[in-house]
Design a protein around this ligand. Structure first.
Ligand SMILES: O=C(O)CCC(=O)C(=O)O
Length: 367
């Protein structure tokens, strides 16, 4: 009797062990970068007719402002940034201080990572959005009904010494290249937050102080060639939940599009430029003066595409509310006070292309 129950529990143990060992690799089979070539778009990536990207209607010259941060005329830079945040919510920066060579290395290292063998990538696969280092696909595979044609490696990057040890060691240059890039992007992000504060008539360090000890996250996005790009997205229309995003785009392949006056505009890559956009928290903090704008990534059938998004995020327990200077009787606070933690949880509990998440934080109007 004893030996029967022992052998039963041993076989149960070995069954559950083999199940748990094979589970990550089974899940990792969902990665597009490990899947075999598709001739047609799998059913669960096809958007209903009314939600497709209508690629022929996209305006190709987006004329998104390009701001030269190396210009000696600081007042002009601040005014250009203010105008861009108000009208487009997006701008590109050149002479931003980040080495072109480092930008290229960041891209090639990211691409090398996605080219690793499936068993190597399976080690990092997870569809749990709360994980601080994870390789995943689409957006929120457990929740969404239709998937997106994207794989991504998502990393928490601040403080670096806390996270870098857990980052991939393959490719061998990964930790060094990505951590150097992260440090430089953080410096640029803070410079931009200073300029944005000044453009709102606030003290230069106002936003930096208001956002507390900021977290920094990175999404290394990989969009493989897609057999039917007109039926799906790399990322559907969304706004960014954080404060400020710095996007390094593939220098050869376009894919980012921004909504302006109801029309989608392509942000064509400019050599050495970085794309900056205002996230939901700066829209709230500026009391709606600056816009966290809808944007999306489309895919194409000829070329794979990469992008690296760096997100500056308020400290989790910081309370987001506009400064008194930006609130008046004629312009009361549009959104209620909330913590970033509350906002971020709400953001990930939804589908990416649901209504603007800030809508859920609007103050009740007093009549
Ligand atoms: O790949 C792109 O151009 C856009 C990426 C993006 O919007 C994101 O990662 O949130």
């Amino acid at each position: 009797m004893f030996s029967l129950s022992l052998s039963l529990s041993l076989s149960l143990l070995s069954f559950s062990l083999s199940l748990s060992l094979s589970l990550p690799s089974l899940m990792a089979d969902q990665l597009l970068s490990t899947a075999t070539h598709h001739r047609t778009l799998p059913e669960n990536y096809v958007r209903p007719e009314s939600q497709r990207p209508r690629l022929t209607q996209v305006i190709t010259d987006a004329s998104i402002p390009i701001i030269d941060l190396g210009s000696p005329d600081k007042a002009q830079i601040i005014s250009q940034i203010g105008q861009a945040c108000q009208s487009y919510g997006f701008f590109q920066v050149v002479n931003h201080g980040i080495d072109t060579e480092l930008m290229v290395k960041m891209m090639t290292t990211g691409l090398e990572f996605f080219r690793l063998p499936p068993e190597e990538k399976a080690k990092l696969y997870s569809d749990d959005p709360s994980k601080k280092i994870r390789l995943s696909t689409s957006f929120n595979v457990k929740k969404e009904l239709v998937h997106n044609w994207r794989d991504y490696l998502r990393l928490h990057c601040y403080p670096l010494e806390e996270y870098v040890p857990g980052w991939p060691s393959n490719p061998s240059s990964f930790k060094e290249v990505v951590s150097t890039y992260c440090q430089q992007v953080r410096g640029l992000g803070f410079r931009l937050l200073g300029a944005i504060s000044l453009s709102l008539g606030l003290e230069e360090d106002f936003i930096e102080r208001a956002l507390g000890e900021q977290e920094q996250h990175m999404a290394i996005n990989y969009y493989p060639k897609c057999p039917e790009p007109e039926l799906t997205y790399g990322l559907p229309a969304h706004t960014d939940p954080n404060a400020l995003t710095v996007l390094l785009q593939d220098s050869d392949v376009a894919g980012l599009q921004v909504l302006r006056d109801g029309k989608w505009m392509a942000v064509d890559p400019k050599p050495s430029a970085l794309v900056i956009n205002i996230g939901d928290q700066l829209q709230a903090l500026s009391n709606g003066r600056y816009n966290s704008v809808w944007h999306r990534a489309v895919v194409n059938s000829n070329k794979e595409r990469m992008s690296v998004a760096s997100f500056l995020c308020p400290c989790n327990n910081v309370i987001i509310s506009p400064p008194e200077k930006l609130v008046s009787e004629g312009s009361p606070a549009t959104y209620r006070r909330y913590t970033y933690d509350e906002y971020y949880k709400k953001f990930w509990s939804r589908n990416l292309d649901d209504e603007h998440c800030l809508e859920l934080f609007k103050r009740e109007k007093a009549f």
